[in-house]
Design a protein. Structure first.
Lengths: 294, 340
């Protein structure tokens, strides 16, 4: 029993750290722009495909492919902001950008369906079969170790960037009050662009590591993104620490639900948690200033 | 602006009866024009989609609540009516009423639950609700048979009026008349609602909830009301869908279905009732015409949604207005000159 608990704990952290990578992007964008990017899901999917094609068509190294996916994601983030969010920002509508990105998402999914077909791709990471035995009958694959390591380093770097660099401070200033930040000589448009690039780079990177775990089809990102939405809300929209905790928690809940209850019910449990959270604590795990939406 | 708008409305209301008459004639003529079962099927799907779109538009365009879970109410209506008929032997029309009431109640429940939430939070909460409903349909196998689906659902019972031939809804033309009649009825109902003070109240809440509340409007109650009406109509659409298609699988009510309905509302023009009708027709018929292009048609669907939001936020209705302004300019200028 203890072995099962430990093993599912490891699995939960693996999934959780990937959810954190995806959800952090949504939270960052929400923090700065108070907007939701639905096409985030497809950046995850495209990241996964980029990594797949790099490793299997061009024979590249899997670790390098994570970097490739990161760059592809960053480019897509720039594109989504330049074409959708920047033009709509002047109109000041709350919901139109969200609806527009739903359109982008439908567009990208079906474009991928057209090119890649509906049949799942077998994205086997070379590290999936190399197992490290830990004590007590538990084990971890190199792949999972890479996922946890890369995610942890990325999250730590992001955290340090936000906390200690000038640009990170400017970013937080824009998130708190865009107009005042503008008066202090910060260019909010540049920082919003930077946020999109960072957020989408995280999504692309998450996609490259999710690829071998998920069923890799053009719709792979969608299943992750709805959970990422749940995580972002549970953690408190725009709250980085809350998102990290909530992401790991959802990963763990999911992995134990799979083991102890029924694999089919994991989404049900996660979303019931979400609705309960919205009902009783809509500000998220860590309550913060943002009140206007609650 | 407001007095001008009032004048325009007064001018239109004389035309309104005329337009409704034209619409009824067109509905009556459609199955006669389209005799083959393929296009008649599309007509019925059009009518169902119109119900879904105007219901969502009432919630989104008038009450200003972004509901991304419309597919859930559609699914609740479909499964509720079918299960009542097949498991409990309830007559079709009673099951239909139950499905409408149940979907409406589910919508109101979600709305009460989420009433403190606005904008993005409501969007995500309704999305979560849609995921939960889909998962329940998928996993409650003893009731819904899960992904295997429910088969051999009968069409609505025949209507035998004395002295007239029996009306069978196995016939696609009759089925179309039935569904279209209900779509028309719901349109009239919503049309009356949005023209009444209720419509103005909802618009006031949409534009500025705090000011609306300061006028003594109970915003919560009206938002719940709008959500209930919109989702009840989706429930009716679901009941017709099940009895028309004859099979039910949970994946018919997956969240992407919500996005499809949303696209119809936006492309047509949210905040008007006629817009979503045209949006539903266009986005049902156009993909069929483009069937030869395979998956490309759904790419176009997404492109249409994005481009409309970016360049034509009023949708088809705005496009018509622009065209009318351009070509009607001379005429109105002439009228003004005559009046002077």
């Amino acid at each position: 029993m203890l072995t099962i608990v430990l093993q599912q704990g490891i699995n939960g952290i693996v999934f959780g750290s990937l959810y954190v990578l995806v959800a952090l992007g949504l939270t960052l964008i929400y923090g700065v722009l108070v907007q939701i990017n639905f096409a985030h899901a497809d950046i995850v999917t495209i990241g996964a495909f980029a990594a797949y094609f790099f490793t299997f068509l061009f024979g590249g190294n899997y670790l390098v492919s994570i970097g490739i996916a990161l760059m592809v994601g960053a480019a897509l983030g720039w594109l989504v902001n330049a074409t959708i969010f920047a033009p709509l920002r002047e109109r000041g509508s709350e919901l139109l950008p969200l609806i527009a990105t739903i359109g982008v998402s439908i567009l990208l999914q079906n474009a991928m369906l057209l090119w890649f077909g509906p049949i799942p791709y077998a994205f086997d990471s070379p590290y999936s079969n190399e197992v490290i035995r830990l004590g007590g009958g538990t084990f971890i694959t190199w792949q999972n170790l890479i996922i946890i390591g890369v995610s942890a380093v990325t999250i730590a770097l992001l955290y340090a960037f936000m906390k200690f660099t000038m640009m990170g401070k400017a970013l937080r200033a824009v998130a708190q009050d865009r107009e005042t930040a503008g008066l202090m000589g910060i260019n909010p448009n540049q920082l919003i662009m930077l946020t999109f690039v960072i957020a989408s780079a995280l999504a692309g990177m998450g996609g490259a590591m999710l690829g071998p775990i998920l069923v890799l089809t053009p719709f792979a990102g969608t299943s992750v993104i709805v959970k990422a939405f749940a995580i972002v809300i549970i953690g408190g929209f725009g709250n980085v620490e809350g998102t990290i905790i909530a992401g790991l928690a959802v990963g763990l809940v999911e992995s134990f639900a799979t083991q102890l209850v029924n694999p089919g019910l994991t989404d049900l449990i996660v979303f019931t948690l979400l609705l309960l959270m919205l009902a009783f604590r809509p500000t998220g795990l860590i309550a913060e200033k943002r009140e206007e939406n609650v | 602006m407001s007095s001008g708008g009032g004048l325009a409305l007064a001018g239109q209301s004389g035309n309104r009866r005329w337009w409704l008459f034209v619409a009824a004639v067109v509905i009556a003529a459609l199955p006669l024009v389209f005799q083959d079962s393929y296009w008649r099927t599309n007509l019925i799907v059009c009518a169902i989609n119109i119900m879904l779109a105007i219901g969502l538009d009432f919630i989104l365009g008038y009450a200003g609540q972004l509901n991304l879970g419309h597919s859930a109410f559609y699914g609740i209506g479909a499964y509720a009516s079918t299960l009542l008929i097949m498991k409990l032997g309830v007559p079709f029309w009673m099951a239909f009423v139950c499905a409408v009431v149940l979907s409406g109640a589910a919508g109101m429940a979600l709305s009460i639950f989420a009433v403190r939430l606005r904008g993005h939070y409501l969007a995500i909460a309704s999305l979560g609700f849609a995921v939960i409903v889909h998962q329940v349909l998928l996993n409650w196998i003893s009731l819904t048979q899960g992904p295997l689906g429910i088969y051999a659902i009968k069409p609505p019972p025949d209507i035998a009026l004395p002295g007239l031939p029996v009306i069978s809804f196995g016939n696609t033309a009759n089925m179309f008349y039935l569904v279209a009649a209900f779509a028309f009825l719901f349109y009239l109902l919503l049309d009356q609602l949005v023209r009444s003070p209720i419509g103005e109240t909802l618009t006031a809440i949409r534009e500025d909830e705090v000011s609306a509340a300061s006028f003594g409007i109970n915003c919560t109650a009206w938002k719940v009301f709008a959500f209930g009406v919109g989702s009840a109509i989706a429930g009716a659409a679901g009941a017709f869908y099940a009895s028309f298609v004859g099979t039910l699988v949970p994946d018919a009510f997956i969240i992407t279905e919500s996005f499809t309905i949303l696209a119809m509302v936006i492309v047509g023009g949210m905040g008007t009732l006629i817009g979503p009708v045209w949006g539903a027709i266009l986005l049902t018929v156009l993909p069929e015409l483009l069937r030869g292009f395979g998956d490309l048609r759904l790419v176009l669907y997404g492109a249409a949604l994005t481009l409309v939001v970016l360049f034509l936020p009023g949708g088809l209705v705005q496009a018509v207005q622009i065209l009318r302004a351009r070509f009607g300019l001379l005429r109105t200028a002439g009228d003004a000159g005559m009046r002077r």
